[in-house]
Design a protein around this ligand. Structure first.
Ligand SMILES: O=C(O)[C@H](O)COP(=O)(O)O
Ligand SMILES: [Mg+2]
Length: 435
């Protein structure tokens, strides 16, 4: 027995237990440390994520244990997988931070495991009811933008940071004028001296309005409200509302779960669509053997009520295989997610919680649109940063090339064919089509 690990007296493993419909269920990938028995490690993990400690505690009465004990009801040592059912009474209903402190807290630090990854959480209806979910969601966004039958095209003002507010607004205007439906700030642009939040919001929203009147299309500016305090983020949200904005963007992982729940409360009154950038998620999600899966991050965003979420691109610069990205897409849009053992996904009935709009962003070029459309279908927001602002004819042409590539894909015409009568696309093919 490894030092510091005493034999647990609790028997939390019960393969005959069938979870109650009020239980919260977690699936974990578990690798015990050297010399530790798999079931022993699972027992310790279940205890530490609920009511127990590392050794016998006299204060844990048999009655209390019987009432609140966790049940490790599924154990597959070969697949290094366990599933644990927790009584809903262990949780503060409606609190994401508290759920994570329990099922993704100390247990990830325990010596008894070499690796432990929270793969999925299945929430019971009784807990779902405590959360608002998306205010607008996928259908609300489509209604707001006035686009029902195609993917939305967005961009990120580039360079990421450094432009003045005037220049930022001008780049956004050119993106809108060229054909973008959405223009967002980059994740590390918030309220820097060279481009303050209020001035950027005011100038960019004004030019978005100008682009709307010139194009006859709705144009959405996603201004990044990420800030040092919830109070300041709420202040920025209200500034956007007063300026006539429809959206706010948040870096959800750096901002944190309590901040998101606070903003969601506020968004209900302010009525802004919440765009979730997932930068920093890879600190939790990238290691397939340890941490917290992006499925969990996506589910928590939907539960709390972000309206649209970056989920990966399959074809772009960020990691994320096709099956992983499509699993995330399903968690965003389906009302009922079926269990998928191959993806370590638990069944989840989302009840009344609206779908989120999936966002594909990162390393995309207009030439990838046919692939993106065949992967995602129409319910996706495709965002191109370098893929628009590096276009040889400039930003507006980059945006136009994206719209043309999308038109071609929707009509089932090859890009090469469509480029014969669309100059911006022709130039984009010259720059980005793999030779
Ligand atoms: O914030 C994002 O989504 C990325 O910065 C996209 O930028 P890129 O298209 O230039 O990779
Ligand atoms: Mg970015």
């Amino acid at each position: 027995m490894q030092s510091g690990v005493t034999k647990m007296r609790r028997d939390y493993i019960d393969r005959d237990y069938s979870p109650k419909n009020t239980d919260l269920i977690c699936e974990f990938h578990l690798e015990p440390s050297e010399g530790v028995d798999f079931e022993e490690a699972a027992t310790h993990m279940a205890g530490e994520s609920s009511i127990d400690s590392w050794t016998e505690i006299a204060t844990l009465s048999p009655e209390l244990a019987a009432k609140l004990k966790p049940y490790v009801f599924y154990v597959d040592e070969e697949a290094q997988t366990v599933r644990v059912a927790y009584s809903e009474e262990l949780f503060e209903l409606g609190s994401v931070p508290q759920v994570l402190s329990a099922v993704a807290g100390n247990i990830l630090s325990m010596k008894i495991v070499d690796n432990l990854r929270l793969q999925d959480i299945a929430f019971p209806k009784s807990m779902l009811r405590e959360f608002k979910g998306p205010n607008f969601g996928l259908s609300g966004i489509r209604k707001l933008v006035g686009v029902q039958d195609r993917p939305l095209i967005g961009t990120i003002v580039k360079p990421k940071v450094g432009l003045t507010s005037e220049k930022h607004a001008e780049v956004a205007y050119n993106s809108f004028a060229g054909g973008c439906d959405l223009v967002k700030d980059d994740e590390n642009l918030t309220d820097q001296k060279f481009n303050g939040f209020e001035k950027r919001a005011e100038l960019t929203l004004k030019l978005a309005e100008k682009a709307e009147s010139e194009t006859g299309e709705r144009k959405m500016y996603l201004c990044n409200i990420t800030a040092p305090t919830c109070k300041e983020m709420i202040r920025r949200m209200n500034i956007l509302k007063d300026l006539g904005a429809s959206y706010a963007m948040i870096d959800v992982v750096p901002a944190g779960w309590t901040a998101l729940q606070t903003l969601r409360e506020e968004a209900e009154d302010v009525g802004l669509v919440l765009h979730a950038h997932r930068c920093m998620h890879s600190a939790y999600t990238r290691n397939p053997r340890h941490g917290i899966s992006m499925v969990v991050v996506a589910k928590l965003c939907r539960l709390i009520g972000l309206d649209q979420l970056h989920i990966g691109t399959v074809v772009g610069k960020m990691h994320g295989e096709k099956h992983e990205v499509l699993t995330l897409r399903d968690e965003c849009v389906l009302d009922n997610v079926p269990a998928d053992e191959s993806q370590h996904v638990l069944a989840q009935d989302w009840g009344e919680l609206k779908p989120m709009f999936p966002v594909a962003s990162g390393g995309l070029a207009p030439t990838m649109i046919p692939d993106l459309y065949s992967i995602f279908g129409k319910d996706v927001i495709m965002q191109f940063g370098g893929g628009i602002h590096a276009h040889p004819m400039g930003t507006a042409a980059g945006a136009a090339a994206c719209r043309q590539a999308l038109e071609a894909s929707l009509e089932g015409v090859t890009l090469q064919e469509y480029a014969k009568s669309h100059k911006e696309l022709e130039v984009a093919l010259g720059k980005w089509l793999k030779k």
